[in-house]
Design a protein. Structure first.
Ligand code: PEP
Ligand code: MG
Length: 720
């Protein structure tokens, strides 16, 4: 039976996206009776919405014959069930679309509206030697090694497969292959979870679900009986899935085809007897793949991978996130590379610049070899010093913390000696999941991070999506100028249910006592007030529910818009700390898009205008007696350290791998000199003059002569 959206108790749960609980459902003002349901047998009702990426996709309902007072515990358990079931429902709905015609798919949901079939891109022809390719710089570092072309999905097409004469035997072999693939996925999921955290492992749940999908299994069975060939049956079913998924406009759902392909490949491998699922590699291989799929990390001997290069995919794909977390250099979106790269030929990968050279000449190789060697030695040397305190020569203590975003980052945070997490970018989890995760999932992650770091502080920033951090279906749709549009806190404040769910997650995680909450992209005091009202409302809810949290949870704001810096005196009275985000502050102060290569030469956080805004913000924080940190990329820039400390910054939060070097620079400084540098920099006319001030200080520190760090710092000084 059908009823309009929002009607009845089930509709109410769907529309408000909140649980509906009623001991005597019939007495509820929203109750609607429909004879077809035979509902008169039931007294009490509990309905909780099934939510996927902020959209209600269904409602889970329980009714009892005897009156029952559902308590908070019941609701919580039921919500947990709903949270687990929601992705299963959406996946099932997707899988059920296979074989439907275009109209059916379009009808099935607003999220799954149709566009045309995408046109495949053609890559350029490859010249012979020393060929340069450019792609997206996805994970930093340099690697030189032999190319390993990872079997593309199509490579299995070339396998000569001889089916059994007995059709039942073929069907049996296919079922066995499915079972084996399933066992393998279970093991992989567990291993991944142990090694990298549950957020990485979650992706395999989708894979398992595909393998268990009744329609998938039935289609395979039908095909194998019709064709008498298990491999052909598998190919036919996979291509039907591919065709269907490619016609879905929604990027998130369209990309699920990767999961189906990954699963299909795994089953094919089992079927044709490619038993050894770990692909043997030679040491230091450059793995060239169609896309960096999560499965790759489990199938490869990952310790032997020097770099990853992919034809498709961007820097926010699951795989890209994995590569960064594991500090494996990676370049994605390299058109033509899979076709052109020859197995075993030498390649150079520069993950910081997004460059690849195939068959490079001697000069190029030796240049990059030196860079790689120095980089490795410097990192090793610095890590050995990670335990040292960052204190200037005259005893001023500076906290050096890390920017992070996934459980996997914790390894690096520890390895490089971070004194806390100065910025936890919660949108990373949303990227890994390709959607905003549910409250419980967020809470578990935040609490895990907070416990791992305790007693060191973890500053969790609310979602900073939109602008250059777009996620399909999150946001207000396409905007003329997204960097000046509905991004970050603005998006959170127009989407309060998602924002409040995140606030609840952060508050619940704050029981550990070392959590701070950070609001991004504040541009006026009214945003702080509204956000804090919602924090207070969330606290009241949690108190009522008896859910513990840190009553004194500090709530801070990011200073990353000029208006915030200019009105920082007022803002400082409305919050508990400042975190200055120079990445955005620079783009908005200088009117230079941070992601536009055409104006990249104009983008410079060391511009005196930016420094003056930092100065103003620090002074306001001081006057109000609140702490102030800086968490833009600038915090990891050796040239900026003296000036920032001179401006009064108390905490620098940057890329984990740069923490030891920043600490070393701080230890060589005198705070009087730093203050003089800051004064001079503020009065400078250009960013170039400020670079010169920073370079002079590094030269004076003696660190340029350091046996391991000298080359690194010298190259920075030379570049000024
Ligand atoms: C910043 O803008 O400086 C910042 C730290 O935030 P993000 O880089 O995530 O925008
Ligand atoms: Mg920012």
């Amino acid at each position: 039976m059908r009823l309009p959206y929002g009607e009845g108790l089930v509709g109410l749960a769907a529309k408000t996206r909140r649980p509906v609980v009623s001991e005597f459902a019939r007495d509820h003002p929203q109750y609607k009776y429909f004879a077809e349901t035979g509902e008169e047998r039931f007294e009490s009702l509990m309905a909780v919405p099934l939510i996927v990426r902020g959209t209600t996709i269904g409602v889970l309902v329980v009714q009892t014959r005897e009156p029952r007072q559902f308590d908070d515990n019941d609701v919580e358990i039921f919500q947990t069930c709903a949270h687990l079931i929601a992705p299963v429902v959406i996946n099932a709905r997707l899988l059920s679309l296979v074989g439907e015609n275009a109209e059916e798919i379009a009808k099935s949901s607003a999220l799954l509206a149709l566009s045309g079939i995408p046109v495949p891109k053609e890559g350029p022809k490859r010249p012979d030697r020393n060929v340069e390719y450019r792609g997206i710089a996805t994970s930093r570092g340099v690697a030189i090694g032999p190319v390993y072309r990872l079997s593309a999905p199509t490579d299995l097409e070339d396998i000569v497969y001889t089916p059994s004469a007995d059709i039942e035997q073929e069907a049996h072999d296919l079922r066995e292959a499915l079972h084996e693939a399933r066992r393998e996925l279970d093991t992989m999921r567990d291993d991944f979870g142990d090694q990298f955290g549950p957020d990485f492992a979650a992706v395999f749940n989708t894979h398992v679900q595909i393998l268990e999908d009744k329609a998938f299994v039935t289609k395979l069975d039908t095909e194998v009986h019709q064709r008498g060939n298990a491999l052909e049956a598998l190919r036919a079913v996979l291509s039907a899935y591919r065709r269907t998924f490619e016609r879905i406009e929604d990027t998130y759902f369209r990309e699920r085809v990767d999961d189906v392909e990954d699963v299909g490949r795994r089953v094919m491998e089992r079927l044709v007897g490619v038993r050894d699922h770990v692909i043997p590699l030679s040491e230091g291989s450059i793995v060239v793949a169609d896309a960096i799929l999560p499965g790759i990390f489990a199938r490869l001997e990952i310790d032997k991978v020097a770099a990853l290069v992919s034809e498709h995919g961007g820097p926010t794909s699951h795989g890209a996130i994995f590569a960064r977390s594991l500090e494996i250099p990676a370049v994605t979106g390299v058109t033509g590379i899979l076709h052109d790269a020859r197995p075993g030929e030498l390649a150079v990968v520069d993950g910081s610049e997004g460059r690849i050279f195939l068959s490079p000449d001697e000069i190029l190789v030796s240049e990059y070899r030196q860079a790689r060697q120095r980089y490795a030695v410097a990192i090793e040397h610095l890590d050995a010093m990670r335990g040292r305190r960052a204190e200037t020569r005259d005893g001023r203590r500076i906290r050096v913390t890390a920017n992070a975003g996934l459980v996997a980052d914790l390894r690096l945070v520890e390895r490089h000696g971070a004194e806390g997490i100065g910025l936890f970018r919660t949108e990373m989890l949303a990227f890994a999941h390709r959607g905003v995760p549910e409250e419980d999932e967020q809470q578990q992650l935040f609490e895990r991070v907070a416990r791992a770091l305790a007693p060191r502080t973890v500053t969790i920033r609310t979602l900073d999506l939109g602008g250059d951090k777009g996620l399909p279906n999150v946001g207000v749709g396409s905007e003329e100028n997204p960097q000046l549009g509905c991004r970050s806190i603005r998006l959170s404040l127009v989407n309060e249910p998602v924002f409040c769910a995140q606030l609840r997650a952060i508050l619940r995680a704050s029981v550990t006592g070392n959590v701070r909450l950070l609001l991004p992209l504040i541009s006026s005091v009214s945003e702080v007030r509204r956000a804090r009202e919602l924090v207070e409302e969330t606290k009241r809810q949690l108190r009522r529910a008896g859910s513990p949290f840190d009553e004194k949870l500090p709530v801070g704001i990011m200073i990353e818009v000029p208006s915030a810096a200019i009105t920082s005196e007022v803002l400082a009275r409305e919050c508990d700390f400042f975190a200055i985000g120079t990445n955005d502050l620079t783009q908005y102060t200088l009117a230079v898009d941070r992601g536009n290569e055409h104006v990249a030469h104009l983008y410079d956080p060391l511009h005196p205008a930016v420094l003056n805004l930092i100065d103003q913000s620090v002074r306001s924080a001081r006057n109000a007696g609140i702490p102030v940190s800086l968490c833009g990329e600038m915090a990891s820039n050796p040239l900026a350290v003296s000036i920032l400390i001179g401006l009064g910054i108390e905490e620098l939060s940057g890329a984990a791998s740069t923490i030891p070097i920043i600490k070393e620079i701080v230890r060589g400084l005198d705070s009087g000199d730093a203050a003089a540098d800051a004064r001079e920099a503020k009065a400078a006319g250009t960013a170039a003059e400020v670079h010169a001030i920073g370079a002079r200080r590094l030269e004076a520190s003696g660190l340029l002569e350091h046996p391991d760090l000298g080359f690194w710092l010298s190259s920075i000084v030379r570049g000024t």
